[in-house]
Design a protein around this ligand. Structure first.
Ligand code: FAD
Length: 252
């Protein structure tokens, strides 16, 4: 863990303290953690929208005292066959005012019980919530460039919408064979955002170097599963020399 940053408390769900003062969460990714505002609550599903092939936007009430930035994530949990099961999901709403949303991609080949459970939820279903977690989130950058793979499109649209609402600029490079959130991406393009939609497996180098300007205040964000994150950080390094400046959340 970087010097001076807080350690997550040992009782925080999903975390344990490792030798050397690192923190680890269930997704097997080492990362820093902001304790500020983290809470446990029960949340109720208020809406479920089919936003693309095997992709669902699930909306919840916002519990009292809960606030998060787009790009942060929460841990949602339920009981499946008598066992408590919980997984992390990244906010896909630009704010948590009056409700918040996550976007879940179901991989029929790789996905397991929890994403199958989320695919079937309906308004009124309750779940446990812990969070928010993560410091790889929108922080008022005047220009955002978001690289998204699969369900990483959730935080991508949320961050782009928030940046435009704050008077900033936004660009999204989204790689998926079966894209989701088409309406929100089209609305972003209408409002002046640059949107590159590319098929799965397509090399990211050209679109990423097109959208990165290297200007002061340009925030670079990466959200997706492991293979996408590797490809995206390689493309950032090829475009601007190194990928350390990017905020990266690896879904596993
Ligand atoms: C910080 C963080 C944020 C996350 N945010 C999101 C999010 O916003 N939306 C979201 O859908 N998921 C997100 N995930 C992944 C999520 O937590 C689960 O791992 C996922 O929903 C699968 O859970 P499962 O129980 O169905 O399957 P598991 O049995 O836990 O999954 C098995 C493995 O299948 C693979 N897999 C599962 N689903 C997919 C997929 N759609 N595409 C590619 N590979 C997949 C992964 O390698 C995963 O580890 C996030 C994970 C982390 C660590």
């Amino acid at each position: 863990m970087a010097g001076g940053e807080p350690r997550p408390p040992a009782q925080t769900p999903g975390w344990s303290i490792l030798d050397g003062g690192e923190s680890r969460r269930d997704g097997n990714t080492l990362m820093r953690h902001s304790i500020t505002g983290c809470m446990d609550a029960t949340v109720t599903v208020t809406a479920v929208e089919d936003v693309g092939p095997d992709t669902y936007a699930i909306r919840f009430d916002t519990p009292d005292g809960f606030a998060a930035e787009p790009g942060q994530f929460v841990k949602l949990g339920t009981e499946i066959d008598g066992e408590t099961v919980a997984r992390f999901y990244t906010l896909s709403s630009p704010t948590t005012d009056g409700g918040f949303e996550v976007t879940v991609g179901i991989d029929p080949a790789e996905g397991g019980d929890f994403s199958a459970f989320l695919a079937d939820v309906e308004p009124g279903v309750e779940m446990s919530l812990s969070g928010p977690f993560g410091d790889q989130h929108y922080d008022g950058e005047p220009r955002v460039v978001v690289l998204a793979g699969g369900p990483g499109v959730g935080p991508a649209v949320a961050i782009a919408e928030r940046a435009l609402a704050d008077g900033g600029e936004a660009a999204v490079v989204y790689r998926d064979d079966e894209p989701a959130h088409g309406e929100r991406l089209a609305a972003l393009r209408e409002r002046g955002a640059t949107i590159f939609l590319i098929g799965g497996g397509t090399d990211l180098t050209a679109p990423v170097s097109d959208v990165l300007t290297g200007a002061d205040g340009e925030g670079i964000f990466v959200y997706g599963f492991d293979e996408f994150v590797t490809d995206a950080t390689d493309a950032i390094a090829a475009a601007i020399g190194d990928a350390d400046a990017a905020k990266v959340e690896n879904f596993g």
